[in-house]
Each structure stands twice: as structure tokens, then as C-alpha cells.
Ligand binder design. Structure first.
Ligand code: PLP
Length: 356
């Protein structure tokens, strides 16, 4: 049975990405060689790297003065690279989940960290809005989509300092105004490619303002100067990312994806509201993620949770168990998730309700 893949990450990729990547692994453009066994300095790979970066620029409408870096180390490496390169005296962070929290922890190695607000008190069930960003902070760090908790910040904020965003799980899900950000980063494994490549969109002019010495590999300037080719880049994930981006372009770019994402999330949240067994754990409708839809069983049906999981698994639903810190369920409906799979989940929820 073909599975409906609701995994939070690594997660679903489009059949287009998987087919084209597999083909290049066997034989890259009829060259008789695999993408895995050619030099990263070959003209074939250089063209792949160039087109991938170019598609970032085109799809996200990245203005001049920014660089697109394709690095390794995951979003978790960025938790340390950001403060290493930017934190001179003080940084401000918004604590909206455990990824945000991990970013805070790393920043503390480099200077004073001001956590402006946190929704930890309610297991991160909302996006805090009541805080003031200190004008003397070197930057303000946010996590736009909280993959574990199902909350999302979908507006490009106007802030008085450099804005840094972890967009690991919602990059390319909607149009963004890149000019409002100093850095946007993320791991690839949610909306782009298999794990192994990390994207960083960085405004060049923000660098060179800290006093400390920065090790070569952790200095953004190294990767800007060498166009992400200082050392061997993760060639296969980059090749896969290229196909995902080509596919996004075919689908009408990020505005096309956004339209589809709003529809998919809309019908699923509607069913969660309608169904007598389930409820959303995110009260504020505006805060609900269109990438990771979390929901729980109503108090009266709590003991049916395991039954629903078994029922849904039998219907081909994969990866809908909620994160252990939240419980309940989480349907990750990233860009590559077809509407038909979301509809299959909705039918499963309806049929389970009838069976009770
Ligand atoms: C998955 C995820 C991470 C961790 O990414 P790695 O590439 O595994 O380091 C960080 N932030 C967010 C928001 C995530 O969803």
C-alpha cells in the first residue's frame, strides 16, 4: 500500500525530486557517471550549484546584497554560527519552542542573551506578541515555524535590529519579504531535500562587526568568498534540492505553493473543529501552522488515542503520532504533500468518528 507520509522530518519529497535524483545517482545526464562520483569542481556540478542558488534567488525574490550559502551542519550548526558571527554584546530571542530554546542555549556561549518572551508556560501553544525589542541588541532571533508544537509566525516582522529567522520547516511555503531579514537559515530535510545540506540566506553587510576571531569553517565570510565551495559540499542533497526548486517553479513558485498550503491546512483544521472527537491544541487561529497541524483528542475521548493511531495506520497514514512533549497527533503537510493525502486523513478521521 502506498503510504501517506505525514512525517515531521526528514519528510515527504515530491515524486519529481525523488525520480530525478535517483536518475542522476545512476547516471548523471547520460554522462556515464553518478552525481555521487564526480568532482564537486567539475563543470557538471558547478552548473548544479549555480542553478540551485539562482533558483533560491528567483523563487524567494532575494534582493542584491544577499548571498545564498549551501552548507553542512544542519540548522543546529546555525544556532552557534549566528552568534559567533553577529553577537558582539547582546542578542534578543523569542522562545517559541524547543528549537528556539536550543538556539538560545548556543547564543549564551557568546554574550548576553535576552529572551524577550516565551510561551513555555503552555507547552508553546501560542506565539507571544507582548514584548519590546531592545534597540541595542545585535539581532533578534525568531523561529518562524515551530515544527513540534504546530505554531507559526507568517508575517515578515518590522523590527529595529537585524532579524534572524530559523525557517527550517516553512521555507518556500509562502512568499517572504527577504529584505526584512538579515539571515534566514534552515536544514533542508523538511521542505527542500534529504538531510545533509543547510541553506543560509545572508545579508553580506551585517558581517565583520564582531571583535572575536572566528574559525574558518564557522565564518560566513569564508563561504561567501568561496561561493559555498570552500570544502566539498553535500553534492547529493544539493542535487535533490535543485529538483525540488525546479518543481516549485513549475507549480507556480512560492505563491502557488502558498495557495495550496492554505487550502490543505484549511480543510484539515476545519475537520479538526467539526469532528466531535478531536480538538486543536492551538487556540489562537492566527498562530496555527500551515505546515505542521497538531491536534489532540478531546478530554472525553483521551483513551481512544491509541485506537485512532492504529486505525489511521491501517489506512496508510504514516508519521501522525504527535511529538512526545505534546502528545496527540501531528500531520506535517509540507509543500510536497498532495491535497489527496490530506483528504485521505480527513476521511480517516470521519470514519473513526463513525466507528465510535
Ligand atoms: C528540524 C528543525 C531543526 C533542526 O534541524 P537540524 O538540521 O537537524 O539541525 C531546527 N529548527 C527547526 C525549526 C526545525 O524544524
Amino acid at each position: 500500500m502506498k503510504k501517506h507520509n505525514f512525517s515531521a522530518g526528514p519528510s515527504i519529497l515530491s515524486p519529481y525530486t525523488i525520480e530525478h535524483t535517483a536518475s542522476g545517482i545512476r547516471d548523471l545526464d547520460s554522462s556515464g557517471l553518478s552525481i555521487m562520483e564526480i568532482s564537486h569542481r567539475s563543470k557538471e556540478f558547478m552548473a548544479i550549484m549555480d542553478e540551485t542558488q539562482q533558483l533560491f534567488v528567483e523563487l524567494l525574490d532575494i534582493p542584491s546584497g544577499y548571498s545564498v550559502l549551501l552548507l553542512q551542519g544542519g540548522a543546529s550548526m546555525q544556532f552557534c554560527m549566528v552568534p559567533y558571527n553577529l553577537l558582539q554584546s547582546k542578542a534578543a530571542y523569542l522562545d517559541t519552542g524547543s528549537w528556539a530554546n536550543k538556539a538560545v542555549k548556543e547564543a549564551k556561549f557568546f554574550g548576553e542573551v535576552d529572551v524577550l518572551a516565551s510561551s513555555k508556560d503552555t507547552t508553546y501553544s501560542y506565539i507571544p506578541r507582548d514584548y519590546t525589542i531592545p534597540a541595542d541588541a545585535d539581532y533578534f532571533h525568531i523561529t518562524t515555524n515551530n515544527t513540534i508544537y504546530g505554531t507559526e509566525i507568517r508575517e515578515d516582522m518590522d523590527v529595529p535590529v537585524n532579524l534572524v529567522a530559523d525557517m527550517s520547516s516553512d521555507i518556500f511555503s509562502r512568499p517572504i519579504d527577504v529584505s526584512k531579514y538579515a539571515i534566514i537559515y534552515g536544514g533542508a530535510q523538511k521542505n527542500l531535500a534529504p538531510a545533509g545540506v543547510t541553506f543560509v540566506i545572508i545579508k553580506d553587510a551585517i558581517l565583520g562587526k564582531v571583535d572575536r576571531a572566528i574559525p574558518t569553517m564557522l565564518d560566513y565570510r569564508t563561504h561567501i568568498d568561496k561561493e559555498s565551495m570552500f570544502n566539498t559540499p553535500p553534492v547529493v542533497p544539493i542535487y535533490a534540492a535543485l529538483h525540488t526548486l525546479r518543481w516549485y517553479k513549475e507549480q507556480g513558485g512560492v505563491s502557488g505553493m502558498y495557495k495550496l498550503n492554505v487550502e490543505k491546512a484549511g480543510i484539515l483544521y476545519d475537520e479538526i473543529e467539526r469532528n466531535s472527537l478531536f480538538t486543536s491544541n492551538i487556540e489562537n487561529v492566527e498562530d496555527r501552522s500551515i505546515m505542521n497541524v497538531t491536534f489532540i483528542m478531546k478530554e472525553a475521548y483521551k483513551e481512544k488515542e491509541a485506537d485512532f493511531l492504529t486505525f489511521a495506520t491501517g489506512r496508510g497514514m504514516s508519521g501522525i503520532k504527535g511529538h512526545r512533549s505534546v502528545g496527540g497527533f501531528r500531520a506535517s503537510i509540507y509543500n510536497a504533500m498532495p491535497r489527496s493525502s490530506v483528504e485521505a486523513l480527513i476521511d480517516t478521521m470521519k470514519d473513526f468518528e463513525k466507528s465510535i
